[in-house]
Write a protein that binds this ligand. Structure first.
Ligand code: NG6
Ligand code: CA
Length: 509
């Protein structure tokens, strides 16, 4: 009898030890990290955020299995500066030349800068970027599209890269894998110019609208590729030209290959979708499916993409210990340069949620974006966190998670917000800075938002976006007035002075 009890206890003890070990392994301090960085996705574009009329079941499931943040921000209302800040932990407005990059920009991140992928490499990670880059490639001589394209992601911390070099609406319309254009025929070299036509005889969107399947509404009337006219001029590289309809499939295919290879090391994948940026040209199987025109169709495609990433992880037994961060580089825009019926077919869909403005704007919808984190092994599912969070904090927070030291001067604007990221705390950073298209800065602190006076235009006429610029200081109380309708600056002059002074101090840092 005694013996039996002894064995029973021994069994329970060993069993408890074993399950604890598996749990620990599953919740390993080194999760895989996938940052799904979407393009131009608005706060209300996602079902989980409440105002989307377009179903996004896969993204919603990610929120259901993870944590949904309601007060998380890209640093800027446009792509290039948001990406710069995210990867370097430094506000882009501190560095000249980090506005929306032309397609032939040189690498904007200095080679000696610290970056999230380089930091993660130090923490033992294999790192990759797959998708839209838009941070420039090449040195001062420009990228050699026909030879070795360097420096680029591989020189600033990524082990592997597969890129849409700038954006879908900019030339060159080719994929770049590591240092080379994919499928380039040496006998058909690529020439790119953002100044003048490289072949003055070649058709353009402006001269030859009869050749287009998607017409520009503003800009985007230069070189025609795949029946769509673009920003910038290019010739050559015919065998390498992309088909926009295949973007999502191609990026998912590359992600699948990459993730499947990473069985040994923890990995970081910066998966930067083209969706839902213009030109909105979903794969044929999504075309016409949303009932909200091409913008709705690419949103369905984005949602499918998220589902695919989840399936790939599941297939490889990696879902449990992978931290997926899903967010956007800036807020929504409806007409961003192509006649794709986005305005006409918007219907009851509310891409801004309750916020004002949109992409390019100093108002909230410029930078307040969906932000979902899921890490099944470590984080409780189905939670909502209202803490103020900035994408610039990902650097220090992930460094903290992996115990990689952040030394003085590195990632200077990044604060360790790991407890918030893991939803162990709702204790926010005290303030953050938002940057609009014309670099008007706003300061968010608690419930207060201050927009500095600016001579910038009130409206982006092309996109019909309120830019939030005013020559007078603006002060809003977002708790009472999230839609930024009542400027309280005249009623609270001391608050204005206090926030102005803090913003000036942050600028001087
Ligand atoms: C603008 C483009 C817009 C989009 C944006 C960059 C025109 C008229 N408009 O200049 O279509 O490409 O740049 O978007 O050219 S972002 O999301 O990459 O910042
Ligand atoms: Ca964008």
């Amino acid at each position: 009898m005694k013996n039996r009890i002894y064995f029973l206890f021994l069994f329970i003890f060993v069993y408890a030890q074993l399950t604890a070990q598996t749990k620990q392994q599953k919740a390993g301090v080194k999760p895989n990290i996938i940052l799904i960085y979407t393009d131009d996705l608005g706060y209300g574009d996602v079902g989980a955020y409440g105002t989307s009329a377009i179903p996004t079941p896969n993204i919603d499931r990610l929120a259901k299995n993870g944590v949904r943040f309601t007060n998380a921000h890209a640093t800027s209302a446009t792509c290039t500066p948001s990406r710069f800040s995210l990867l370097t932990g430094k506000y882009a407005w501190r560095k000249e030349g980090t506005g929306i990059a032309p397609g032939d920009a040189t690498l904007l991140i200095p080679l000696n800068a610290t970056t999230i992928p380089a930091m993660l490499q130090k923490g033992g990670y294999h790192t990759a970027v797959i998708g839209k880059w838009h941070l420039g490639l090449g040195d001062a001589k420009g990228a050699d599209w026909n030879g070795k394209i360097t420096p680029g992601p591989l020189e600033i911390g990524f082990n592997y890269s597969f890129l849409i070099p700038a954006t879908g609406d900019r030339v060159p319309c080719v994929f770049v894998e590591n240092h080379h254009v994919v499928n380039l025929d040496k006998n058909d070299p690529i020439k790119v110019s953002y100044k003048e036509p490289v072949d003055p005889g070649a058709p353009t969107g402006k001269k030859n609208p009869e050749l287009l399947k998607l017409h520009p509404s503003h800009g985007h009337d230069m070189t025609i590729v795949n029946g769509i006219s673009r920003i910038g001029y290019m010739t050559g590289g015919n065998a390498a030209l992309w088909r926009d309809e295949d973007f999502a499939d191609m990026l998912v295919k590359k992600a699948n290959a990459y993730i499947t290879q990473q069985q040994k090391n923890p990995f970081f994948l910066y998966f930067s979708t083209h969706d839902i940026h213009v030109p909105r040209m979903a794969h044929e199987r999504f075309q016409g499916k949303s009932g909200f025109g091409p913008r709705g169709d690419v949103l369905l495609q984005l949602d499918w993409t998220v589902g695919q990433i989840e399936s790939i992880l599941k297939k490889n037994g990696m879902l449990e210990n992978t931290m997926i961060i899903f967010t956007s580089d800036n807020g929504q825009v409806i007409d961003d340069g192509y006649k794709d019926d986005a305005v006409e077919k918007l219907g009851n869909h509310k891409p801004n949620g309750i916020y004002r403005g949109g992409k390019y704007s100093a108002f909230e919808a410029g930078t307040r974006v969906p932000f979902i984190v899921s890490w099944p092994a470590k984080m409780k599912a189905g939670k909502v966190n209202d803490a103020l969070f900035s994408q610039v904090d990902l650097y220090a927070s992930l460094a903290n998670l992996l115990n990689v030291p952040v030394t003085e001067g590195q990632a200077p604007d990044s604060k360790n917000a790991l407890p918030v990221l893991l939803n162990q705390s709702a204790q926010s950073r005290e303030w953050l800075v938002e940057q609009s298209l014309n670099s008007t800065l706003s300061l968010l602190a608690g419930n207060w938002k201050y927009i500095e006076p600016s001579k910038g235009p009130k409206i982006n006429k092309d996109t019909n976006t309120e830019l939030g610029n005013s020559t007078e200081p603006q002060l809003y109380n977002l708790a009472d007035d999230p839609g930024e309708t009542k400027n309280l600056a005249a009623s609270f002059p001391e608050k204005v002075n206090e926030m102005k002074a803090l913003l000036e101090k942050i600028k001087q840092k």
